[in-house]
Design a protein around this ligand. Structure first.
Ligand SMILES: [Zn+2]
Length: 457
């Protein structure tokens, strides 16, 4: 790669920012149907922009918000690039210091930032790739790889159209591998490639006792209390060491290898600061594991909500007929979401006393993602990132879930390389979201380097 291409990328920054700001002004909030029009406008804006670079791009309507699909020929491997143009709602609006849809550059003690909803998640990120393609095209007249782009408009609202769309268009979208730009850096100087993500099982349980709510004076004592039953059941999900007690829960959970442990230890993760940032000081998870290990390599069971009876103002001596809870499990390795769900249901049913019944409602599931980090595309990407940033690239895990990576594997048979330039303090999903100007500029330069290396390999 000629160094002039990077100089051209830097010289194009004002125009690149103008384009990003245009996209950020579009209020593409996917979860609220009142914003369907702006979602379509964001898709149309991207189609037009990609066509202007020489992609063959189109808006592809779905039962929900549209997808954007674009193709460009090239000599190297075929890369599918994924990002999403939809954003989270902006409430509470009064906590923003400026209009979330009036993007601006701000000086901060940590440098210049782009302030707007979607600046980091994911419009700023996806535009790093688009701008890299633009500068490569302008400087060399071609792209070093064959590229297909998929931009989704429902990532922040559960992606209802994604799986059907991938299945219906599998032949068109299948590539050698995917690059997913929706993750972050390790820190402001250290780029990261995320290699594992936890899976998720969501479950809601309702315990019913009597037919109707009772008075705790009239029936208290003789009648079963579903809230008490539910509390007992949920308390039984963990043992004293924080291990989950469900039958077979740890099937598919591999021990952490010495090499992985050494790599993660070398990151010098500051547990005290991590906990201190949210007012905590004590590591509460499964004993015998560090915070990073608990977050990246160990599964969890969490109670996300529990309700029933009377919770309003004042006091009511009700003995409720029903008790409810929402419970989720984060999965790792090859844990089977269906087996975890049935183990949970078996645990509940086994602990039900007479006169109580349990009903269950599914709230989605997906297995964990473990990406092979020994592929050529990983090595080339890591080398390219290490060239651009002050520190060499590190391989990290992720405690959350990015379902698209699992869908690419399952439906399209492709592995993904997860590269992103977001930082922990970007306030994605919160008021005053920002993206460091350095993330944007060096993100563009990073993709130029990654695509050039992939093409030259
Ligand atoms: Zn995102």
């Amino acid at each position: 790669m000629k160094p002039e291409i990077l100089e051209a990328a830097d010289a194009a920054m004002p125009a690149a920012l103008d384009r990003l700001f245009e996209l950020l002004r579009i209020q593409s909030i996917s979860t609220d149907s009142a914003f369907a029009e702006p979602c379509r406008a964001a898709a149309d804006w991207l189609v037009e922009d990609l066509n202007s670079i020489g992609f063959t791009a189109s808006r592809r309507d779905t039962p929900g918000h549209p997808m954007v699909v674009a193709h460009h020929d090239g000599p190297g491997p075929h890369v599918l690039f994924y990002g999403h143009y939809d954003v989270q709602p902006v409430d509470p609006l009064e906590l923003w210091n400026s209009d979330p849809f009036d993007p601006r550059l701000e000086d901060t003690p940590k440098g210049k930032v782009i302030r707007a909803r979607g600046a980091s998640d994911d419009k700023g990120q996806l535009m790093t790739f688009v701008e890299a393609c633009r500068v490569l095209k302008a400087e060399t007249g071609a792209l070093p790889c064959k590229i297909t782009i998929l931009f989704e408009g429902e990532e922040e609202s559960g992606s209802p159209s994604l799986t059907p769309f991938l299945k219906a268009n599998a032949d068109e979208l299948r590539a050698d591998f995917a690059m997913v730009c929706d993750t972050g850096m390790w820190d402001a100087d250290t780029p990261a490639i995320c290699t594992t993500l936890r899976g998720l099982v969501g479950e809601e349980v309702t315990i019913q006792g009597a037919d109707i709510d009772l008075h705790s004076g009239g029936y208290g004592g003789p009648a079963v209390n579903p809230l008490r039953v539910l509390s007992h059941i949920l308390a039984g999900l963990h043992d004293a060491d924080g291990r989950v007690t469900l039958d077979g829960f740890y099937d598919g959970v591999a021990p952490i290898s010495n090499a992985t442990r050494a790599q993660w230890d070398s990151l010098n993760f500051d547990e005290a600061a991590f906990l201190g940032a949210v007012g905590l000081s004590h590591l509460a998870g499964e004993q015998g594991f560090s915070a990073l290990e608990q977050n990246w390599a160990r599964p969890t069971a969490e109670i996300n909500g529990i309700w029933g009876g009377y919770t309003g103002k004042g006091f009511k001596t009700v003995l409720p007929a029903k008790a409810h809870a929402k419970v989720s499990f984060r999965l790792v390795g090859t844990q089977d979401p269906a087996k975890v769900r049935s183990a949970f249901r078996a645990h509940v049913n086994a602990m039900l006393p007479p006169d109580c019944t349990a009903t269950f409602e599914e709230h989605g599931s997906g297995p964990a993602t473990v990406l092979p980090s020994d592929s050529a595309e990983f090595a080339l990407s890591a080398a390219a990132l290490s060239d651009e940033w002050p520190n060499a690239a590190v391989f990290t895990g992720g405690g959350g879930s990015i379902p698209i990576v699992g869908h690419f594997k399952e439906i399209l048979g492709m592995n993904s390389v997860m590269i992103g330039f977001a930082l922990d303090d970007d306030a994605i999903h919160s008021p005053n979201e920002k993206y460091n100007l350095a993330s944007f500029q060096k993100g563009i330069r990073s993709w130029v380097r990654v695509l050039s290396r992939l093409g030259a390999a």
